[in-house]
Design a protein around this ligand. Structure first.
Ligand SMILES: [Zn+2]
Length: 196
């Protein structure tokens, strides 16, 4: 601890401890206690997250929920085909399955779009969409990464926690609003129907 020497003055200094010293010792001790409390809380929070015990904000256990979302991803106008085997059933928490590349199955509370893409080796954030093969699609002067949830632009990107019936469009490129609307129209509507 950095302040230990201040907290425990030795020799003459200790015997001659003045009122000012005692006050500063108290402050140091209070600081150490506060630090300990913060550490315990942080550790507890981390454990709760790992074991999915935290109802709000954390990731639940697989099977804690079952909802569906429709997803379309366009990179420079070209749709990504998530029906490919390499993109199927990559996580117990959130995945696509049965050769369907249009609908996400969310199986854990608190699962995010980031977790979904991450399980496929894809990097997704507010700046970049990077395919598992290393192809990078990052914001530049001409192209931007956009995400729309149920037709509304969202700034949540990887942090978006999927909800039942979400229709999600991720698009990277120089699209005009009209072109974005055309892409939006291709987002399927499986999640709303009876599914499993
Ligand atoms: Zn399902």
């Amino acid at each position: 601890m950095v302040n230990n020497t201040m907290a425990r003055p030795t020799g003459k200094k200790r015997r001659k401890a003045s009122g000012r010293h005692r006050v500063s010792n108290l402050l140091v001790n209070a600081g150490l206690v506060l630090l300990l409390v913060v550490l315990v809380l942080a550790l507890g929070g981390a454990l709760a997250r790992i074991f999915g015990l935290w109802g709000g904000g954390g990731l639940g256990a697989p099977g804690s929920v079952h909802t569906h979302q429709d997803l379309k991803v366009y990179l420079l106008g070209k749709p990504v085909d998530f029906s490919q085997p390499k993109y199927q059933l990559r996580s117990d928490y959130i995945h696509m399955e049965a050769g369907n590349g249009d609908m996400i199955h969310t199986h854990a509370t608190g699962a995010t779009l980031g977790l979904f893409f991450e399980s496929m080796g894809i990097t997704f954030n507010d700046q970049c969409f990077i395919l598992e093969i290393g192809e990078r699609y990052c914001n530049d002067g001409q192209n931007t990464l956009k995400m729309l949830v149920n037709g509304t632009q969202s700034a949540r990107f990887h942090q978006h926690e999927t909800r039942q019936g979400d229709r999600i469009l991720v698009s990277y490129g120089p699209e005009t609003p009209d072109q974005l609307d055309s892409q939006l129209a291709t987002v399927t509507n499986f999640a709303a129907g009876p599914g499993q």
